[in-house]
Write a protein that binds this ligand. Structure first.
Ligand SMILES: CC(=O)SCCNC(=O)CCNC(=O)[C@H](O)C(C)(C)COP(=O)(O)OP(=O)(O)OC[C@H]1O[C@@H](n2cnc3c(N)ncnc32)[C@H](O)[C@@H]1OP(=O)(O)O
Ligand SMILES: O=C([O-])CC(=O)C(=O)O
Length: 375
Protein backbone atom coordinates (compact mmCIF):
# COMPACT_ATOMS: atom_id res chain seq x y z
CA UNK A 1 0.00 0.00 0.00
CA UNK A 2 1.32 3.49 -0.92
CA UNK A 3 2.30 5.63 2.04
CA UNK A 4 2.23 8.89 0.05
CA UNK A 5 0.12 11.39 1.92
CA UNK A 6 -1.66 14.14 -0.01
CA UNK A 7 -2.81 16.51 2.69
CA UNK A 8 -5.83 18.49 1.61
CA UNK A 9 -5.90 16.22 -1.48
CA UNK A 10 -3.74 18.93 -3.11
CA UNK A 11 -2.90 17.97 -6.66
CA UNK A 12 -4.84 14.70 -6.47
CA UNK A 13 -7.08 13.80 -9.41
CA UNK A 14 -9.98 11.82 -7.91
CA UNK A 15 -12.28 11.29 -10.90
CA UNK A 16 -13.18 12.48 -14.38
CA UNK A 17 -15.68 15.26 -15.06
CA UNK A 18 -17.20 16.67 -18.24
CA UNK A 19 -18.86 19.68 -16.61
CA UNK A 20 -16.05 22.21 -16.47
CA UNK A 21 -12.32 22.46 -16.48
CA UNK A 22 -9.99 24.84 -14.70
CA UNK A 23 -6.76 25.17 -16.65
CA UNK A 24 -4.41 26.74 -14.15
CA UNK A 25 -1.49 27.10 -16.59
CA UNK A 26 -3.47 29.38 -18.87
CA UNK A 27 -5.71 30.82 -16.14
CA UNK A 28 -8.76 29.69 -18.03
CA UNK A 29 -12.07 28.10 -17.19
CA UNK A 30 -14.60 26.48 -19.50
CA UNK A 31 -18.14 25.23 -18.87
CA UNK A 32 -19.04 22.44 -21.31
CA UNK A 33 -16.09 23.62 -23.40
CA UNK A 34 -17.22 27.26 -23.61
CA UNK A 35 -14.83 29.89 -22.16
CA UNK A 36 -16.46 31.51 -19.17
CA UNK A 37 -15.46 35.00 -20.32
CA UNK A 38 -17.41 34.48 -23.55
CA UNK A 39 -20.43 33.21 -21.64
CA UNK A 40 -20.24 36.22 -19.31
CA UNK A 41 -20.01 38.55 -22.31
CA UNK A 42 -22.88 37.20 -24.34
CA UNK A 43 -25.24 34.88 -22.46
CA UNK A 44 -27.87 35.23 -19.76
CA UNK A 45 -27.58 33.55 -16.40
CA UNK A 46 -30.50 31.27 -17.22
CA UNK A 47 -28.74 30.06 -20.39
CA UNK A 48 -25.57 29.26 -18.44
CA UNK A 49 -27.53 27.40 -15.76
CA UNK A 50 -29.17 25.34 -18.52
CA UNK A 51 -25.74 24.63 -20.03
CA UNK A 52 -24.39 23.25 -16.75
CA UNK A 53 -27.28 20.82 -16.42
CA UNK A 54 -27.65 19.81 -20.07
CA UNK A 55 -24.10 19.99 -21.40
CA UNK A 56 -24.96 22.56 -24.07
CA UNK A 57 -26.63 25.93 -24.48
CA UNK A 58 -30.41 25.95 -25.04
CA UNK A 59 -32.09 26.83 -28.32
CA UNK A 60 -34.90 29.41 -28.19
CA UNK A 61 -37.62 26.86 -27.40
CA UNK A 62 -35.58 25.10 -24.71
CA UNK A 63 -34.75 28.44 -23.11
CA UNK A 64 -38.40 29.52 -23.10
CA UNK A 65 -39.41 26.25 -21.40
CA UNK A 66 -36.58 26.51 -18.91
CA UNK A 67 -37.48 30.10 -18.00
CA UNK A 68 -41.14 29.21 -17.61
CA UNK A 69 -40.30 26.27 -15.32
CA UNK A 70 -38.02 28.42 -13.14
CA UNK A 71 -40.58 31.22 -12.85
CA UNK A 72 -43.36 28.77 -11.94
CA UNK A 73 -41.47 27.27 -8.99
CA UNK A 74 -40.19 30.31 -7.09
CA UNK A 75 -42.70 30.18 -4.26
CA UNK A 76 -41.87 28.83 -0.82
CA UNK A 77 -44.81 27.25 1.00
CA UNK A 78 -46.20 28.79 4.15
CA UNK A 79 -44.87 26.10 6.49
CA UNK A 80 -41.37 26.65 5.11
CA UNK A 81 -41.60 30.42 5.49
CA UNK A 82 -42.86 30.02 9.06
CA UNK A 83 -40.08 27.58 9.92
CA UNK A 84 -37.42 29.99 8.68
CA UNK A 85 -39.05 32.92 10.47
CA UNK A 86 -38.64 31.02 13.77
CA UNK A 87 -34.86 30.67 13.42
CA UNK A 88 -32.92 32.98 15.73
CA UNK A 89 -31.99 36.29 14.09
CA UNK A 90 -28.51 35.77 15.54
CA UNK A 91 -27.82 32.75 13.31
CA UNK A 92 -25.86 33.15 10.11
CA UNK A 93 -27.94 33.36 6.89
CA UNK A 94 -26.10 30.27 5.63
CA UNK A 95 -27.70 28.38 8.54
CA UNK A 96 -31.08 29.58 7.30
CA UNK A 97 -30.32 28.38 3.80
CA UNK A 98 -29.05 25.01 5.04
CA UNK A 99 -32.23 24.58 7.08
CA UNK A 100 -34.37 25.60 4.10
CA UNK A 101 -32.79 22.97 1.86
CA UNK A 102 -33.23 20.34 4.60
CA UNK A 103 -36.89 21.34 4.93
CA UNK A 104 -37.46 21.20 1.17
CA UNK A 105 -35.97 17.70 1.12
CA UNK A 106 -38.04 16.53 4.05
CA UNK A 107 -41.31 17.57 2.43
CA UNK A 108 -40.47 16.24 -1.05
CA UNK A 109 -41.98 12.77 -1.60
CA UNK A 110 -39.44 12.17 -4.39
CA UNK A 111 -36.47 12.94 -2.12
CA UNK A 112 -34.97 9.45 -2.49
CA UNK A 113 -35.71 9.07 -6.19
CA UNK A 114 -32.24 9.29 -7.74
CA UNK A 115 -33.38 8.92 -11.34
CA UNK A 116 -31.67 11.67 -13.44
CA UNK A 117 -35.05 13.20 -14.36
CA UNK A 118 -36.17 13.28 -10.73
CA UNK A 119 -32.89 14.83 -9.61
CA UNK A 120 -33.07 17.42 -12.39
CA UNK A 121 -36.57 18.37 -11.24
CA UNK A 122 -35.25 18.84 -7.67
CA UNK A 123 -32.29 20.87 -8.91
CA UNK A 124 -34.53 23.21 -10.89
CA UNK A 125 -36.88 23.56 -7.94
CA UNK A 126 -34.00 24.53 -5.62
CA UNK A 127 -32.62 26.91 -8.26
CA UNK A 128 -36.01 28.66 -8.41
CA UNK A 129 -36.65 28.73 -4.65
CA UNK A 130 -33.26 29.68 -3.21
CA UNK A 131 -33.55 33.37 -4.20
CA UNK A 132 -36.91 33.48 -2.41
CA UNK A 133 -35.31 32.02 0.73
CA UNK A 134 -32.29 34.33 0.63
CA UNK A 135 -34.44 37.41 0.05
CA UNK A 136 -36.89 36.42 2.79
CA UNK A 137 -33.99 36.30 5.23
CA UNK A 138 -32.45 39.55 3.96
CA UNK A 139 -35.75 41.30 4.62
CA UNK A 140 -36.34 39.57 7.97
CA UNK A 141 -33.01 40.90 9.24
CA UNK A 142 -34.07 44.38 8.15
CA UNK A 143 -37.41 44.00 9.96
CA UNK A 144 -39.33 43.83 6.67
CA UNK A 145 -42.10 41.45 5.54
CA UNK A 146 -41.35 39.08 2.65
CA UNK A 147 -42.41 39.97 -0.89
CA UNK A 148 -43.92 37.60 -3.44
CA UNK A 149 -41.88 36.48 -6.48
CA UNK A 150 -42.80 38.22 -9.74
CA UNK A 151 -43.04 35.79 -12.69
CA UNK A 152 -42.81 38.68 -15.15
CA UNK A 153 -39.20 39.28 -14.10
CA UNK A 154 -35.99 37.43 -14.99
CA UNK A 155 -34.17 35.44 -12.31
CA UNK A 156 -31.85 38.35 -11.44
CA UNK A 157 -34.51 41.07 -11.66
CA UNK A 158 -36.82 39.00 -9.47
CA UNK A 159 -34.10 38.57 -6.85
CA UNK A 160 -33.60 42.33 -6.57
CA UNK A 161 -37.36 42.79 -6.42
CA UNK A 162 -37.64 40.18 -3.63
CA UNK A 163 -34.86 41.80 -1.60
CA UNK A 164 -35.52 45.49 -2.12
CA UNK A 165 -38.97 45.81 -3.67
CA UNK A 166 -37.41 47.40 -6.76
CA UNK A 167 -35.32 46.41 -9.78
CA UNK A 168 -32.13 48.49 -10.28
CA UNK A 169 -30.87 49.79 -13.66
CA UNK A 170 -30.10 47.18 -16.34
CA UNK A 171 -26.30 47.47 -15.95
CA UNK A 172 -26.55 46.60 -12.25
CA UNK A 173 -28.77 43.60 -13.01
CA UNK A 174 -26.30 42.50 -15.68
CA UNK A 175 -23.35 42.80 -13.26
CA UNK A 176 -25.28 40.60 -10.82
CA UNK A 177 -25.86 38.04 -13.60
CA UNK A 178 -22.13 38.05 -14.31
CA UNK A 179 -21.42 37.17 -10.66
CA UNK A 180 -23.91 34.29 -10.99
CA UNK A 181 -22.25 33.04 -14.19
CA UNK A 182 -18.75 33.21 -12.69
CA UNK A 183 -19.66 31.59 -9.37
CA UNK A 184 -21.67 28.73 -10.91
CA UNK A 185 -19.12 25.97 -11.30
CA UNK A 186 -15.48 25.30 -10.52
CA UNK A 187 -14.75 21.60 -10.84
CA UNK A 188 -13.78 19.68 -7.67
CA UNK A 189 -13.71 22.61 -5.22
CA UNK A 190 -14.36 21.80 -1.55
CA UNK A 191 -18.15 22.25 -1.55
CA UNK A 192 -18.67 20.39 -4.83
CA UNK A 193 -16.44 17.60 -3.61
CA UNK A 194 -18.52 17.48 -0.42
CA UNK A 195 -21.66 17.07 -2.54
CA UNK A 196 -19.97 14.28 -4.49
CA UNK A 197 -18.83 12.49 -1.31
CA UNK A 198 -22.37 12.56 0.09
CA UNK A 199 -23.81 11.41 -3.25
CA UNK A 200 -21.26 8.59 -3.45
CA UNK A 201 -22.93 6.92 -0.45
CA UNK A 202 -26.20 6.95 -2.46
CA UNK A 203 -27.66 9.56 -0.17
CA UNK A 204 -30.16 12.04 -1.65
CA UNK A 205 -29.63 15.30 -3.56
CA UNK A 206 -30.95 17.52 -0.76
CA UNK A 207 -28.46 15.97 1.68
CA UNK A 208 -25.65 16.58 -0.81
CA UNK A 209 -26.67 20.24 -1.20
CA UNK A 210 -27.07 20.70 2.56
CA UNK A 211 -23.54 19.39 3.10
CA UNK A 212 -22.20 21.54 0.28
CA UNK A 213 -23.73 24.64 1.88
CA UNK A 214 -21.89 23.77 5.08
CA UNK A 215 -18.60 23.47 3.19
CA UNK A 216 -19.14 26.71 1.28
CA UNK A 217 -19.83 28.64 4.47
CA UNK A 218 -16.22 28.44 5.64
CA UNK A 219 -14.01 31.51 5.11
CA UNK A 220 -11.33 29.54 3.26
CA UNK A 221 -13.99 28.84 0.61
CA UNK A 222 -17.21 30.77 -0.16
CA UNK A 223 -17.34 32.54 3.18
CA UNK A 224 -14.36 34.58 1.98
CA UNK A 225 -16.62 37.02 0.10
CA UNK A 226 -18.13 38.13 3.42
CA UNK A 227 -14.73 38.13 5.09
CA UNK A 228 -13.40 40.45 2.35
CA UNK A 229 -16.05 43.04 3.13
CA UNK A 230 -15.45 42.70 6.88
CA UNK A 231 -11.73 43.21 6.23
CA UNK A 232 -12.29 46.32 4.10
CA UNK A 233 -14.57 47.68 6.84
CA UNK A 234 -11.90 46.92 9.46
CA UNK A 235 -9.18 48.77 7.51
CA UNK A 236 -11.60 51.57 6.61
CA UNK A 237 -9.05 54.22 5.61
CA UNK A 238 -7.36 53.78 2.18
CA UNK A 239 -4.24 55.45 3.58
CA UNK A 240 -3.93 52.59 6.10
CA UNK A 241 -4.05 49.74 3.56
CA UNK A 242 -0.31 49.04 3.30
CA UNK A 243 0.36 49.45 7.01
CA UNK A 244 -2.61 47.20 7.87
CA UNK A 245 -1.40 44.55 5.43
CA UNK A 246 2.16 44.54 6.77
CA UNK A 247 0.87 44.05 10.25
CA UNK A 248 -1.61 41.33 9.25
CA UNK A 249 1.10 39.45 7.35
CA UNK A 250 3.49 39.77 10.30
CA UNK A 251 0.75 38.24 12.47
CA UNK A 252 0.45 35.42 9.90
CA UNK A 253 -3.15 36.31 9.15
CA UNK A 254 -4.82 35.01 5.99
CA UNK A 255 -5.75 37.92 3.76
CA UNK A 256 -9.29 37.19 2.66
CA UNK A 257 -10.08 37.10 -1.03
CA UNK A 258 -6.46 36.32 -1.98
CA UNK A 259 -4.83 33.08 -3.05
CA UNK A 260 -6.26 29.96 -4.59
CA UNK A 261 -5.58 26.23 -4.44
CA UNK A 262 -5.59 25.83 -8.22
CA UNK A 263 -4.62 29.20 -9.69
CA UNK A 264 -1.24 30.46 -8.62
CA UNK A 265 -1.00 33.25 -11.22
CA UNK A 266 -4.44 34.75 -10.85
CA UNK A 267 -8.03 33.50 -10.86
CA UNK A 268 -9.41 33.26 -14.43
CA UNK A 269 -12.66 34.90 -13.32
CA UNK A 270 -11.20 37.98 -11.69
CA UNK A 271 -10.50 40.08 -14.84
CA UNK A 272 -14.14 39.63 -15.94
CA UNK A 273 -15.51 40.49 -12.51
CA UNK A 274 -13.04 43.35 -12.10
CA UNK A 275 -14.26 44.93 -15.36
CA UNK A 276 -17.89 44.61 -14.20
CA UNK A 277 -16.97 46.14 -10.83
CA UNK A 278 -15.07 49.05 -12.42
CA UNK A 279 -18.11 49.80 -14.56
CA UNK A 280 -20.41 49.67 -11.52
CA UNK A 281 -18.17 51.97 -9.48
CA UNK A 282 -17.89 54.53 -12.26
CA UNK A 283 -21.62 54.50 -13.04
CA UNK A 284 -23.09 54.11 -9.56
CA UNK A 285 -20.42 54.61 -6.91
CA UNK A 286 -20.98 57.44 -4.46
CA UNK A 287 -18.11 59.04 -2.50
CA UNK A 288 -18.22 56.29 0.14
CA UNK A 289 -18.00 53.51 -2.46
CA UNK A 290 -15.18 55.28 -4.32
CA UNK A 291 -13.25 55.50 -1.08
CA UNK A 292 -13.72 51.75 -0.46
CA UNK A 293 -12.74 51.06 -4.07
CA UNK A 294 -9.56 53.06 -3.51
CA UNK A 295 -8.75 50.99 -0.41
CA UNK A 296 -9.57 47.79 -2.34
CA UNK A 297 -7.13 48.73 -5.14
CA UNK A 298 -4.35 49.69 -2.73
CA UNK A 299 -4.66 46.47 -0.78
CA UNK A 300 -4.60 44.40 -3.97
CA UNK A 301 -1.45 46.13 -5.25
CA UNK A 302 0.27 45.81 -1.88
CA UNK A 303 -0.58 42.10 -1.59
CA UNK A 304 0.90 41.45 -5.01
CA UNK A 305 4.02 43.45 -4.18
CA UNK A 306 4.54 41.88 -0.72
CA UNK A 307 3.53 38.25 -1.36
CA UNK A 308 3.03 37.85 -5.12
CA UNK A 309 -0.48 36.57 -4.34
CA UNK A 310 -3.39 37.51 -6.61
CA UNK A 311 -7.03 38.05 -5.63
CA UNK A 312 -9.61 35.31 -6.18
CA UNK A 313 -13.21 35.81 -7.36
CA UNK A 314 -14.43 36.59 -3.85
CA UNK A 315 -12.41 39.82 -3.80
CA UNK A 316 -14.18 41.79 -6.58
CA UNK A 317 -17.52 40.04 -6.00
CA UNK A 318 -17.65 41.25 -2.40
CA UNK A 319 -17.35 44.91 -3.34
CA UNK A 320 -19.80 44.45 -6.21
CA UNK A 321 -22.44 42.97 -3.88
CA UNK A 322 -21.82 45.75 -1.37
CA UNK A 323 -22.30 48.38 -4.07
CA UNK A 324 -25.51 46.66 -5.19
CA UNK A 325 -26.89 47.17 -1.69
CA UNK A 326 -26.70 43.67 -0.23
CA UNK A 327 -25.81 43.26 3.44
CA UNK A 328 -22.51 41.45 3.96
CA UNK A 329 -24.01 38.30 5.60
CA UNK A 330 -26.04 37.72 2.41
CA UNK A 331 -22.96 37.41 0.18
CA UNK A 332 -22.26 33.69 0.68
CA UNK A 333 -25.96 32.75 0.39
CA UNK A 334 -25.95 34.56 -2.97
CA UNK A 335 -22.96 32.40 -3.95
CA UNK A 336 -25.12 29.35 -3.08
CA UNK A 337 -27.87 30.59 -5.42
CA UNK A 338 -25.34 30.29 -8.24
CA UNK A 339 -23.32 27.22 -7.18
CA UNK A 340 -26.49 25.14 -6.76
CA UNK A 341 -26.18 24.58 -10.54
CA UNK A 342 -22.63 23.20 -10.37
CA UNK A 343 -23.29 21.13 -7.25
CA UNK A 344 -26.35 19.42 -8.66
CA UNK A 345 -24.70 18.82 -12.05
CA UNK A 346 -21.93 17.03 -10.14
CA UNK A 347 -24.48 15.00 -8.15
CA UNK A 348 -25.87 13.67 -11.43
CA UNK A 349 -22.40 13.03 -12.84
CA UNK A 350 -21.31 11.20 -9.69
CA UNK A 351 -24.40 8.97 -9.78
CA UNK A 352 -23.89 8.19 -13.45
CA UNK A 353 -20.70 6.23 -12.65
CA UNK A 354 -20.78 6.02 -8.91
CA UNK A 355 -18.01 4.79 -6.70
CA UNK A 356 -17.94 5.22 -2.94
CA UNK A 357 -15.47 7.99 -2.04
CA UNK A 358 -13.51 6.71 0.89
CA UNK A 359 -9.81 7.62 1.16
CA UNK A 360 -7.34 6.26 3.69
CA UNK A 361 -5.59 7.95 6.60
CA UNK A 362 -2.04 7.22 7.74
CA UNK A 363 -2.37 6.31 11.39
CA UNK A 364 -0.16 8.22 13.87
CA UNK A 365 -1.82 7.21 17.17
CA UNK A 366 -0.52 4.80 19.85
CA UNK A 367 0.67 1.32 18.79
CA UNK A 368 -1.73 -1.48 19.57
CA UNK A 369 -1.75 -2.04 23.36
CA UNK A 370 -3.71 -4.08 25.87
CA UNK A 371 -6.81 -2.55 27.41
CA UNK A 372 -6.03 -2.09 31.14
CA UNK A 373 -8.22 -3.82 33.68
CA UNK A 374 -11.26 -1.68 34.63
CA UNK A 375 -11.32 0.12 38.00
C1 LIG B 1 -14.42 30.82 -4.22
C2 LIG B 1 -13.29 30.37 -3.37
O1 LIG B 1 -13.43 29.50 -2.56
S1 LIG B 1 -11.76 31.09 -3.64
C3 LIG B 1 -10.89 30.92 -2.09
C4 LIG B 1 -11.47 31.86 -1.07
N1 LIG B 1 -10.68 31.83 0.15
C5 LIG B 1 -9.94 32.88 0.57
O2 LIG B 1 -9.89 33.94 -0.05
C6 LIG B 1 -9.23 32.70 1.88
C7 LIG B 1 -7.81 33.20 1.83
N2 LIG B 1 -6.99 32.32 1.01
C8 LIG B 1 -6.42 31.19 1.54
O3 LIG B 1 -6.50 30.93 2.74
C9 LIG B 1 -5.65 30.28 0.61
O4 LIG B 1 -5.13 30.98 -0.48
C10 LIG B 1 -6.53 29.11 0.11
C11 LIG B 1 -7.06 28.30 1.28
C12 LIG B 1 -7.70 29.63 -0.72
C13 LIG B 1 -5.71 28.19 -0.81
O5 LIG B 1 -4.68 27.74 -0.03
P1 LIG B 1 -3.64 26.59 -0.48
O6 LIG B 1 -3.71 26.27 -1.90
O7 LIG B 1 -3.87 25.45 0.44
O8 LIG B 1 -2.32 27.31 -0.26
P2 LIG B 1 -1.56 27.38 1.08
O9 LIG B 1 -2.51 27.58 2.21
O10 LIG B 1 -0.68 26.17 1.14
O11 LIG B 1 -0.70 28.66 0.88
C14 LIG B 1 0.55 28.69 0.22
C15 LIG B 1 1.35 29.85 0.77
O12 LIG B 1 0.71 31.07 0.40
C16 LIG B 1 0.29 31.77 1.58
N3 LIG B 1 -1.06 32.27 1.34
C17 LIG B 1 -1.99 31.76 0.51
N4 LIG B 1 -3.08 32.50 0.55
C18 LIG B 1 -2.85 33.48 1.43
C19 LIG B 1 -3.61 34.55 1.92
N5 LIG B 1 -4.86 34.74 1.48
N6 LIG B 1 -3.08 35.38 2.83
C20 LIG B 1 -1.83 35.19 3.27
N7 LIG B 1 -1.04 34.19 2.85
C21 LIG B 1 -1.56 33.35 1.95
C22 LIG B 1 0.28 30.75 2.70
O13 LIG B 1 0.50 31.36 3.95
C23 LIG B 1 1.42 29.86 2.29
O14 LIG B 1 2.63 30.48 2.64
P3 LIG B 1 3.86 29.61 3.20
O15 LIG B 1 4.18 28.67 2.11
O16 LIG B 1 4.87 30.64 3.49
O17 LIG B 1 3.30 28.91 4.41
O1 LIG C 1 -11.96 26.01 -6.79
C1 LIG C 1 -11.81 26.27 -5.60
O2 LIG C 1 -11.03 25.65 -4.84
C2 LIG C 1 -12.55 27.39 -4.96
C3 LIG C 1 -13.22 28.24 -5.97
O3 LIG C 1 -12.62 29.12 -6.55
C4 LIG C 1 -14.58 27.99 -6.29
O4 LIG C 1 -15.15 27.06 -5.74
O5 LIG C 1 -15.15 28.73 -7.11
Amino acid sequence: MSTDIHRGLAGVVVDTTAISTVISETNSLTYGGYPVQDLAASRTWEEVAYLLWHGDLPDAGQLADFRAAERAQRGLDRAGAELLARLPATCHPMDVLRTAVSYLGAQDPTEDDADPAANYAKSLSLFAKLPTVVALDVRRRRGLDPLQPDPALSYAENFFHLCFGAVPPADVVRAFEITMILYAEHSFNASTFTARVITSTLSDLYSAVTGAIGALKGPLHGGANEAVMDMLAEIDDPARAEQWLDRALAEKRRIMGFGHRVYKNGDSRVPIMQAALDQLVSAHGDARIRRTADLYGRLQRAMLARKGIHPNLDYPSALAYHLMGFDTPAFTPIFVMSRITGWTAHVTEQLHANVLIRPLGAYTGPRQRPVPAGA
